[in-house]
Design a protein around this ligand. Structure first.
Ligand code: SAH
Length: 228
């Protein structure tokens, strides 16, 4: 396995670069890719920056230029369900692009020419990630939705939840990585710690959480994952 580890923000990958042994840094396409050994696993860490295009580009480059065979995305997200609380962890089983709508040509959410409106994560990788997260916080498994919006209004999250009742979390990158990995045949998984409730308080909660808890969680989860 050569594992690509993507996060959108530096806080979401806090400590991982320092943990990489024999690191080698490569700049490409306005991003820094750092390759090395992470607890015996051959890994490449990178910050995608925010949004679906940024994440899609990063995932494709990881595969095509850096030869990763598996991808894990680790980051934070807004809650998409009343039972999913700030500090809980959501591991995706499926991901959807909640802002994708080519109707009436295609059903809402369907990605044209794939015939799919959601993309499933790799079962083995997802099990391993959920196992790695279990000692750290409460873990939920299910649907994560991604779009090019920070969801910071109650009316916004309510509209998404109405369209996607199974929703557990909202974020801005996971489903883009999912589509790229599906198209390239790369096993992938997505893990998100809940930083906010995607409601009117989301922006304030997010800023607080990202600095305090999120960074510690990501490190511990990836460490458990690599050592498993
Ligand atoms: N003000 C921040 C912007 C962060 S955008 C900054 O300047 O850094 C939010 C990031 O966290 C995205 O990468 C997204 O994937 C995730 N996220 C957390 N809460 C979210 C929410 N409520 N809606 C959408 N994305 C969210």
């Amino acid at each position: 396995m050569r594992l690509g580890i993507i996060s959108a923000l530096a806080e979401e990958q806090h400590g991982l670069l320092e943990a990489l042994q024999s690191p080698s840094r490569h700049f490409h396409g306005m991003r820094e890719y750092t390759a090395g050994k992470l607890w015996e696993i051959d890994a490449v860490c990178v910050l995608s920056r925010i949004g679906k295009v940024a994440a899609a580009m990063t995932a494709a480059i990881l595969v095509e230029k850096f030869g990763v065979t598996h991808i894990v995305f680790t980051g934070v997200a807004g809650s998409g369900d009343k039972n999913v609380k700030v500090g809980d962890i959501v591991v995706a089983d499926t991901l959807v692009q909640h802002d994708f709508d080519a109707s009436p040509l295609f059903p809402r959410f369907e990605i044209p020419l794939t015939g799919l409106s959601s993309f499933a994560t790799d079962v083995a990788l997802t099990e391993r990630l959920a196992g790695a997260a279990a000692p750290i916080s409460r873990v939920h498994r299910g649907l994560i939705a991604s779009g090019d919006q920070f969801i910071g209004k109650l009316t916004q999250i309510q509209a998404i939840k109405t369209a996607l009742p199974e929703l557990l979390a909202v974020e801005m990158e996971g489903a883009a990585v999912a589509q790229v990995c599906f198209e390239l045949g790369i096993p992938f998984a997505v893990i998100r710690t809940i930083s906010d409730n995607a409601n009117d308080e989301a922006a304030v909660d997010f800023m607080h959480f990202i600095k305090t808890v999120a960074s510690r969680y990501a490190f511990d989860v990836i460490q458990n994952f690599c050592k498993a």
